[in-house]
Design a protein around this ligand. Sequence first.
Ligand code: GDD
Ligand code: MN
Length: 381
Amino acid sequence: HESLVPGELGESPVRATDVPEPGAVTIVVPTFNESGNVRQLLRRITESVPARLPCEVVFVDDSTDDTPEVIRAAAPDCPFPVTVLHRPEPVGGLGGAVVEGMKAATSDWIVVMDGDCQHPPSLVPDLVATGERSGAALVVASRYIEGGSRAGLAGSYRVAVSRAATWLTKALFPRRLRGISDPMSGFFAIRRSAVTAELLRPLGYKILLELAVRSRPDRVAEVPFVFQERYAGESKSTAQEGARFLRHLAGLRTASPLSRMVVFGLIGLTGFVPNLTALWVLTEAGLHYLPAEIVANQFGVVWNFLLIERLLFRERRRHRHWADRTVRFALLANADLVLRIPLIALFVGKFGLAVLPATALALVITFVLRFVGTEALVYLP
Ligand code: GDD
Ligand code: MN
């Protein structure tokens, strides 16, 4: 690494072989085919950061074009160290790239920003200064507070989608996102000591959300910013990215066993619909209600299985073959029915409970057992 001694910008460069000193910043920039932008970005960083704050820049690149070569060609003109980490096998998309960059960072502060000049580098020293001044571990550049705007978010469709996504996300994580008006922002500063890299499971674009929910920085601050137009090229976001965002939300929301149990229960409740529908059709068709109950229950089981597979244990499916999972899930669901009756009999006969509370208690117990059994026996952690 080579870096300019701070304060020497504009004069004949005095270079030190050090990495940035304490209080300095590592700017992490994820890039995917941004060859038309990176030179301009480095120029703007050079103009507005090193004179105010010692810095280094780490690009984490998943490009298929010549972005890494363009960066390497531009790096010698920069008065700060520039590193390119090219990932031959990208995992986690944009968020995965940012976490790689954070692991490579050496400064007290990390600023994450896009490679297409939509985030003004002149704000980098302000983000860090705000953090230092307020003691915050996370400083978000927000489009949604006084002084901020999203001039560069083209089209009312994108604005509407962005607004809906922000609303949904804030509704799902009211506590973790308190004080963050713009959890979708891709521009923020975080203390390196607040990043719990081993706990992160980045999935696509919303790395700030991932950090706010899983790393839980204890204090947050915000600075307004104007989301600029892209300098060159087009957004790399796709419809698939939207689907990935929803999976990211589901994964974050079901990170604790308790919240998984709640979702498990909610999905179980929706299973009443296919169950009762099948029961109605079968009894209407003349089947005796008892065999009809047993058959109808299987409709509920299949429905629950499909939803649980997709929403709750998506990442944990690979541990067992799908046929294996199906059999185990079905056995557990039916064991639940079989266990409930003797349990009720036990509560009524041995403990003298009335039938209704005994049934309610048995329902709760078999529900929890089925949840624990599903976690441990169908989907390994
Ligand atoms: N390494 C890597 N891998 N970088 C990626 C990937 C990837 O898979 N996908 C995108 N990037 C890079 C882009 O090259 C760019 O530097 C940056 O991530 C942002 O990507 P854009 O495609 O320009 O995103 P956007 O402008 O649509 O969205 C930005 O603004 C949103 C707010 O409206 C991002 O900052 C979003 O995170 C943010 O929510
Ligand atoms: Mn962009």
